[in-house]
Design a binder for this molecule. Structure first.
Ligand code: COA
Length: 569
């Protein structure tokens, strides 16, 4: 079928649905929801059999829903209506939530229901629930709805609040007043819940060090305590710890409220700057085992002969300092008595490459880009040149740009089934990219495919990545399943009688490759291009980064996504 995606942006949900539908033989074209005229034009150009709206912020124009079947993916249970679905579900401690595919009509979220599913809730960031439970349920309900539509016989169910199974309700948009934290009354769980319900966007507005900031990226702290709720009692690797009535919480990221000005989400310590000089840094060694909850972005676990190195960076973005700390931890890990190192990334993201927000905030974004890419390359080099262990990259979450190539530094690469790869840099203002991608990518998929992947700029599903040799396998319907299978695999490899031969082969292969063309040569060539991106006359990378970090709305849909416009041009 010809399906048009009408979407605010090509976000993780839209990308995953795109992959799943294309995998099933559908043709999908994408149009960003910019205004009614552009949307109508897209439909006229493409003449889709079905319109799907994975992520919309505006109502679908009447001319469209009257003449075409338009599916809206709503992140809520049947009967739930309104724009803050997941936010309210977290705030109201709902034990179960869901995703519904409904047909657009004149009333927002009130159309006939084509498919719906529920899932159990957990106390987690809204962004994490969205990228995991919502995405997985949305894939199933959209595929079911598309099949039903294709059957030509299915009759969708009108929304009827008199039916006992319809538990959702119309709710008002959530306001900052609903989200506000009362530090003198709210216990730790309530504070966490409020910040989680606003994570990603818009954050919880609060006062800190005399300024107004939106709070993001919270986690509980089991040991540290302070006498005055709300005060900052510690900092660690960019995050701040604030006392609560009955404990403490960490806040990883802040965005300054700037009336009439654009503001940037930044690591909390960077956002607050000199206000924190008297706050003690409370370090935590990545190799210390830690019983309770606390904030840590890098940690190591060892089971039998296998070392697991976790790096759970917010949004998968890796600043210069994080790359340096991760490299230090990696070098310490390979000095341990382990035969296999598993690079675990984070629970929600594997990596999205260099930290564009920190770069934007730096005094010289060009210099900071240079420092960040070099720190990333140093980390990559340490992994690629490891001769003492076999390494596995275990992608629990999505990977983009340099983050994809970071995974290819390992000897074996495995991903959870639902993982989406974006193995390209070009969308970021024609960025050339480094991370030894010119060595690693053709080595896995060949020159022709490497060129296609980097130029086409399309997302790739884990199954397709496996098929083309980008990765070695994908399995696990959910994270627990994936991690359990990774552990089996790593332990099997460590205990294998072939292990010494495999390690010898790996070392020999690296030596051979090095003789053919040294790693330093790949790096120097890539950095030559990057120097032009960062310091050259063409400002495209700086403009694209600015638009990305400040979330400037798209003015048009790029042709590589809008195939209907490609055909027309
Ligand atoms: N630096 C800083 N922040 C980043 C980031 C990066 N490299 N990559 C993603 N993010 C942030 C986004 O700004 C967004 O922030 P939010 O918390 O305010 O929502 C969040 O991570 C999620 O990103 P989003 O784009 O919504 O996720 P997605 O899953 O829909 O899309 C990508 C994934 C990889 C396609 C997209 O994030 C992207 O293009 N990232 C930039 C990759 C890049 O060019 N890196 C630099 C070169 S190595």
């Amino acid at each position: 079928m010809k399906i048009l995606f009408l979407t605010h942006s090509f976000n993780s949900l839209a990308q995953r649905l795109y992959i799943e539908l294309v995998r099933r033989g559908h043709e999908v074209s994408i149009e960003f929801d910019i205004n009614d005229a552009v949307t109508t034009q897209a439909v006229e150009l493409y003449r889709p059999e079905l319109i799907v709206a994975p992520f919309l912020k505006r109502a679908i124009p009447e001319a469209l829903w009257r003449n075409h079947t338009c599916f809206v993916v709503h992140p809520g249970i049947v009967g739930d209506r309104g724009p803050s679905a997941l936010d309210w579900a977290i705030m109201r401690d709902c034990a179960e939530w869901g995703v519904t595919v409904l047909q657009a009509n004149g009333e927002m979220d009130a159309g006939d229901i084509w498919a719906a599913e529920t899932f159990p809730m957990r106390l987690a960031k809204k962004s994490s629930l969205y990228r995991n439970e919502v995405v997985e349920a949305a894939v199933r309900v959209v595929l079911a709805a598309v099949e039903r539509f294709q059957s030509g016989t299915f009759k969708p169910t009108p929304l009827d609040y008199s039916r006992p199974e319809v538990l959702g309700r119309l709710h008002v948009p959530i306001k900052q007043a609903d989200r506000a934290i009362d530090w003198r009354r709210d216990d730790t769980r309530t504070v966490l819940k409020k910040i989680h319900a606003a994570d990603g966007f818009p954050g919880v507005l609060d006062t800190l060090c005399g300024g107004e900031y939106y709070l993001f990226d919270a986690c509980a702290e089991d040991a540290l305590r302070g006498s005055e709720p709300g005060t900052i009692i510690a900092k660690r690797n960019g995050a701040i710890c604030r006392a609560t009535l009955d404990g403490a919480v960490w806040v990883g990221h802040l965005k300054r409220k700037a009336e009439g000005e654009l503001a940037l989400k930044l690591p909390a310590v960077l956002a607050l700057g000199e206000h924190l000089t008297d706050v003690p840094e409370v370090p935590l060694d990545p190799f210390t085992t830690c019983a309770g909850e606390t904030y840590r972005d890098i940690w190591f676990e060892q089971k039998n002969n296998v070392g697991y190195l976790h790096f759970d960076f917010y949004n998968g973005a890796m600043s210069s300092a994080q790359c340096e700390r991760l490299r230090d931890a990696y070098l310490a890990a390979i000095r341990r008595d382990v035969r296999v190192i598993v690079l675990m990334g984070g629970a929600d993201f594997w990596s999205n490459g260099i930290h564009l927000n920190c770069i934007e905030a730096a005094a010289s974004p060009a210099d900071e880009s240079w420092r960040n890419i070099n720190a990333m390359n140093d980390l990559m080099r340490a992994i690629v040149t490891t001769g003492s262990q076999l390494t596995i990259a275990a992608l629990q979450g999505n990977a983009g740009a340099g983050g994809v190539f970071l995974s290819l530094a390992a000897d074996h690469v495995y991903a959870r089934e639902g993982v989406v790869f974006n193995p390209h840099y070009k969308g970021m203002g024609n960025l050339y990219g480094s991370e030894y991608w010119t060595y690693l990518l053709p080595g896995r998929v060949g020159e022709v495919r490497a060129a296609a992947l980097t130029q086409n700029r399309l997302p790739v599903g884990a199954a397709e990545a496996h098929e083309m040799g980008l990765i070695d396998g994908c399995f696990g319907a959910d994270r627990e399943d994936f991690v359990a299978r990774i552990e089996q695999l790593a332990e099997g490899l460590a205990a294998s009688p072939d292990y010494p031969a495999l390690l010898r082969e790996k070392v020999a292969r690296r030596e051979r490759d090095e003789r053919e063309k040294p790693l330093d040569a790949y790096r120097a060539e890539e950095l030559q291009h990057m120097k032009l991106n960062f310091y050259g006359f063409d400002p495209s990378y700086h403009v694209a980064r600015y638009n990305f970090v400040y979330k400037i709305p798209h003015a048009w849909t790029p042709l590589y996504l809008a195939r209907h416009r490609r055909i027309a041009s």
